[in-house]
Design a protein around this ligand. Structure first.
Ligand code: HEM
Length: 508
C-alpha cells in the first residue's frame, strides 16, 4: 500500500483506531478473568463472542429480539453479551423481568440511549425516554392529567368515537368503490390514529400547514411523514460509535446529517403547529386538548420541553396501537372460526347496536383476542434499554454498575415455562383464565413497575373497539395462501413486514 496516498486525517484515524482496538482487547481479556464480587454472587453467564466486537456480528439484523430469544434456549433466561465495549444483560423470563422492573428498580432506573435516540428525544426530554427524576415526574403528571389518565380518557372519548365512525365509513366506501379488491388496513387505520392523536394533542386534526422555518406548505401526509414515520425509522439507525464510546471523536457525518435533518424538520413542523394553536387560543377559542392544558397549567416548561411534550403523544398514539390492531386482524382473517366466535359474541351482547366502550366488560372473547395478540405480536419487543447505575443482583447473579439491561419482552411472552405452545396464537388461553380487558398487566407487553406504559388504557380502548367494530361490520379473509405464513416484522416496533391485505365483505 502506498502510505503517501493516504490523507493525513485518515492515517490518524487508522492509527487511533488500531490503538483503541488494542486498548479494547486489553480490557476484554482483563474483564474475562475478573470474576470476584463483593456480594459473592456469580457473574451472569456469558454468550461467547469475539474480541473487541463481542457479539455484535451475531446481531447484525435490526430485530435482535429473535436472536435474544434463541440464545435464551442455550444460555438460560438471563445472560450477558457484549456489544463492542459495552456489557449488556439480556432478560427473557417473566420472573426476572419483574425483578429488574420492580424489585431492583432503584438501581436500574436510568436509561442508556443510542446516539440516534439521544438526538431524536432531545436528550431524554420525553416521559418515555427520560431517567426517573423530577423532570420525568412532572411531565408524566401532565400527560396523565391531560391525555392518558382514566378521567381524561373519558373526556377524549368523543375523539375515539369520531375515529371509529371514520374507520367504518372509509371501509364501506372502499368496498363500494372496489368490491373484491384487497383493502390495505394499515393505511386507513394509521391515518385515523394520527387524526385521534392530533385531536387529543392540538384539539383538531390537521389538513396542511405553512412551515415557516422550511419555507414550504406541507399536506397531512407530509406532516405524518415528518412527525411519525421518519423518527420511527431514525430510532433504529445504528451509529457504530454507540458500541465504541472511546471512538466517539471519529466523525460519522452521514449518520449525523440524517438524524439532525429529522430533528430539524420535526422541530420546524411542531413549531408551526404550536404557533397556529397559540393564535387560536389567543383568539378565545379553547378546546379540550393537551396544548390548551400545557399553555395554561405548565408555564414553567421551556419551549423545547413544550414541543417535546406535545410531540410525544403524537408519535406514541400513531404506531403501537396500529401494529397491534393490524396483527389482530391478520390473525382473525387467517382463523375464520375464531373470527366467527368473536362475531357471535358481539351479536349476542350488542344486537343491532354498534359496539361501544360500555360493552367491553361483557366481551371476554374480544378481550382474550387483544391480550393474545399483545403476547404473540407485542409491538414493543424490547424495553428501551435501562442502565445499572449501582451494583445490583438479578436472578441470583451479580450485575455491576455500568451494565445495560435489555428486557426482552418478546422472549418473556414466549417463555415455555409460562405459556403452553407459545408459538401458537390462541385466544382460548386467556378465556380459560377469565382475563378482562382492563387487566392490562397479564402479559409483559406494556412493561411493568414504575415505568409501565402510561398509554395502555388508550391503546386497549382504541384497539378493542377498532377490532370489534371491523368484525361486527365486515367478514375478513386473507387475499391468498401466500399471506397465511407472512409473519415477518420490520422496524422499531414489530410492524408486519408486508401490510395485511384482506378481502372484506359487509355483513348482512
Ligand atoms: C399496544 C400499544 C402499546 C404498547 C404495547 C406499549 C408498550 C410500552 C412499553 C413496553 C413501555 C416501556 C415501559 C418501560 O420502560 O418499562 C411503554 C412506555 C410508555 N408508553 Fe406505551 N405502549 C403502547 C401504547 C402507548 C400509547 C398509545 C401511548 C400514548 C399515547 C403510550 C405512552 C407511553 C408512555 C408515556 C410511556 C412512558 C411511561 C414512563 O416511562 O413512565 N403507549 N409503553
Amino acid at each position: 500500500m502506498d502510505m503517501q496516498a493516504i490523507p493525513v486525517g485518515t492515517a490518524i484515524a487508522i492509527v487511533s483506531t488500531a490503538v483503541a482496538i488494542s486498548v479494547g482487547l486489553f480490557f476484554w481479556f482483563f474483564r474475562r478473568g475478573h470474576v470476584s464480587h463483593p456480594n459473592h454472587l456469580p457473574p451472569v453467564p456469558e454468550v461467547p463472542g469475539v474480541p473487541v466486537l463481542g457479539n455484535l456480528l451475531q446481531l447484525k439484523e435490526k430485530k435482535p429480539y429473535m436472536t435474544f430469544t434463541k440464545w435464551a434456549e442455550t444460555y438460560g433466561p438471563i445472560y450477558s453479551i457484549r456489544t463492542g465495549a459495552t456489557s449488556m444483560v439480556v432478560i427473557s423470563s417473566n420472573a426476572i423481568a419483574k425483578e429488574a422492573l420492580v424489585t431492583r428498580f432503584s438501581s436500574i432506573s436510568t436509561r442508556k440511549l443510542s446516539k440516534a435516540l439521544e438526538v431524536l428525544t432531545a436528550n431524554k426530554t420525553m416521559v418515555a425516554m427520560s431517567d426517573y427524576n423530577d423532570y420525568h415526574k412532572t411531565v408524566k403528571r401532565h400527560i396523565l392529567t391531560a391525555v392518558l389518565g382514566p378521567n381524561t380518557q373519558k373526556k377524549h372519548r368523543v375523539h375515539r368515537d369520531i375515529m371509529m365512525e371514520n374507520l367504518s365509513k372509509e371501509l364501506h366506501t372502499f368496498v363500494q368503490n372496489s368490491p373484491q379488491q384487497e383493502v390495505n388496513l394499515r393505511k386507513i387505520f394509521q391515518s385515523e390514529l394520527f387524526g385521534l392523536a392530533m385531536r387529543q394533542t392540538m384539539g383538531k386534526d390537521v389538513e396542511s400547514i405553512y412551515v415557516e422555518d422550511l419555507g414550504t406548505t406541507m399536506n397531512r401526509d407530509e406532516i405524518f411523514q415528518v412527525l411519525v414515520v421518519d423518527p420511527m425509522m431514525g430510532a433504529i439507525e445504528v451509529d457504530w460509535r454507540d458500541f465504541f464510546p472511546y471512538l466517539k471523536w471519529v466523525p460519522n457525518r452521514k449518520f449525523e446529517n440524517t438524524i439532525q435533518q429529522m430533528y430539524t424538520r420535526r422541530e420546524a413542523v411542531m413549531k408551526a403547529l404550536i404557533q397556529e394553536h397559540r393564535k387560536r387560543i389567543a383568539s378565545g377559542e379553547n378546546l379540550n386538548s393537551y396544548i390548551d392544558y400545557l399553555l395554561s397549567e405548565a408555564q414553567t416548561l421551556t419551549e423545547k420541553q413544550l414541543l417535546m411534550s406535545l410531540w410525544e403523544p403524537i408519535i406514541e398514539s400513531s404506531d403501537t396501537t396500529m401494529v397491534t390492531t393490524e396483527w389482530a386482524m391478520y390473525e382473525l382473517a387467517k382463523n375464520p372460526k375464531i373470527q366467527d366466535h368473536l362475531y357471535r359474541e358481539i351479536q349476542r351482547v350488542c344486537g343491532s347496536d354498534k359496539i361501544t366502550e360500555e360493552n367491553l366488560g361483557q366481551l371476554p372473547y374480544l378481550s382474550a383476542i387483544f391480550h393474545e395478540t399483545l403476547r404473540r405480536h407485542g409491538p414493543v419487543p424490547i424495553i428501551p434499554l435501562r442502565y445499572v447505575h449501582e451494583d445490583t443482583e438479578l436472578g441470583g447473579y451479580h450485575v455491576p454498575a455500568g451494565t445495560e439491561i435489555a428486557v426482552n419482552i418478546y422472549g418473556c411472552n414466549m417463555e415455555k415455562a409460562v405459556w403452553e405452545n407459545p408459538e401458537e396464537w390462541n385466544p382460548e388461553r386467556f378465556v380459560a383464565e377469565g382475563v378482562q380487558s382492563l387487566d392490562l398487566q397479564r402479559t409483559m407487553a406494556f412493561g411493568g413497575g414504575k415505568r409501565v406504559c402510561a398509554g395502555s388504557l388508550q391503546a386497549m380502548l382504541t384497539a378493542c373497539i377498532g377490532i370489534g367494530r371491523m368484525v361486527q361490520e365486515f367478514e375478513w379473509k386473507l387475499k391468498d395462501e401466500a399471506a397465511q405464513e407472512d409473519v415477518n416484522t420490520l422496524g422499531l416496533t414489530t410492524q408486519k413486514l408486508h401490510p395485511l391485505l384482506a378481502i372484506i365483505s359487509p355483513r348482512k
